[in-house]
Every structure is written in C-alpha cells, then in structure tokens.
Ligand binder design. Structure first.
Ligand SMILES: *[C@@H]1O[C@H](CO)[C@@H](O)[C@H](O)[C@H]1NC(C)=O
Length: 182
C-alpha cells in the first residue's frame, strides 16, 4: 500500500515535471507566417519578461522598438531606438530565418537571440524573444500598428503572461530622428 502511494506520487511528480518541461517548447508560431506583412512601424503596447527587474521605470534611458524591416535575403531587422540622459541612437538588430517558418536566430551584445512570431493578424503582433548569455531571458511583446489595444490580442497576450508566469514591465515608444548634434 505504502509502495503504491510512492509510485503514485512519483507518477504525479513525473507528470508535473513533464508539464514544466513542455512549456519551454510550447511557444507557438503563427501558421503560414508572412514576413513581408509585418514590415513597417509598430507600437509596443505591452512587455513582459521572465525576470522582473528587466526595465526600471526610473532608468532615464528609454529603449524602444520602432519598426521591422525585411531584407531581400529573408533576414528580419528590428530597428531599436534609444533616448535619454543626453544620448540618442538607433541600431538594427538582424535575425536570420531558421528551418521553422516564423522563427529567427541571431545575436545581440554577445548573446544568442531567438525570435518567434507567436501570432499576428498583421495589425497586432505577439513576439517572443529568447535571449541567452549567462542567463536565459524570455521577453513577450504585444505590438500593434497604432496605440489602441485590440481586446482579442490583449487577451491572448495576457494568457501567455499567466501561463509562463511572466512579470510585466513598463513600455516605451520612441519616435523620429535624433536632434542634429550641436
Ligand atoms: C536600419 O535599417 C533600415 C532599413 O534597412 C535603414 O533605413 C535605417 O537607416 C537603419 N537604421 C540604423 C540606425 O542602422
């Protein structure tokens, strides 16, 4: 009887562990993803991460995604802009297609990046970014073509925030060019 209970306990724990393991692979991909249709300007509406202290609301430096470009070779470039405390700049972070449609790979600041287009109707977009250096950080981003949240996509996004136990972080949107140097 005691043995049976131990076996049952192991089975339950085993299933639990299998479940936890599975969530790592459970980041979906937009079926039939068409990269060309995500080109252009996007606004960040929500951001959540696997680490809580990723973005400090008091940090004067604001980093924001501005737009997405698709190169002729299929690479996807994310134009990131930063502003604040006397600095202003931008950089394209380029990722390359993988064997999975909608999944891209690249590197950033010495770490490895994996980007997944989780879901999109090309007006709203849920993006998953996995950044790996000494640590692994997952970012989940809800983007839209305008500043209004589509309740359906917000619902999907919040579903992932709950499922993966993510911490929501403040978001910034930065526009335009740097002022000319004086
Ligand atoms: C990023 O790439 C776009 C499209 O190729 C280009 O127009 C823009 O000047 C680039 N920006 C930076 C900061 O490199």
């Amino acid at each position: 009887m005691a043995l049976d209970r131990a076996a049952l306990l192991l089975l339950v724990l085993g299933l639990g562990l299998a479940g936890a393991q599975k969530t790592l692979e459970e980041v979906p991909l937009q079926p039939g993803f068409e990269a060309r249709r995500v080109e252009g300007r996007w606004f960040t509406l929500r951001l959540a991460a696997s680490h809580g202290d990723l973005v400090s609301p008091t940090d004067p430096l604001r980093l924001a995604l501005h737009s997405i470009h698709v190169e002729d070779n299929g690479d996807v470039a994310f134009l990131l802009l930063w502003r604040g405390a006397g600095v202003c700049g931008g950089e394209n972070v380029t990722v390359h297609p993988t064997e999975l449609q909608g999944q891209y790979r690249g590197s950033f600041e010495g770490g490895r990046l994996r980007v997944r287009f989780v879901g999109t109707d090309y007006s709203s977009l849920i993006l998953h970014v996995r950044f790996e250096d000494e640590d692994v950080t997952s970012l989940w981003v809800l983007l839209a073509r305008g500043k209004l949240e589509d309740p359906q996509w917000l619902g999907k996004y919040l579903g992932f925030v709950g499922k993966f136990h993510l911490q929501e972080a403040p978001v910034f949107n930065v526009d335009g060019q740097c002022p000319p140097p004086r």
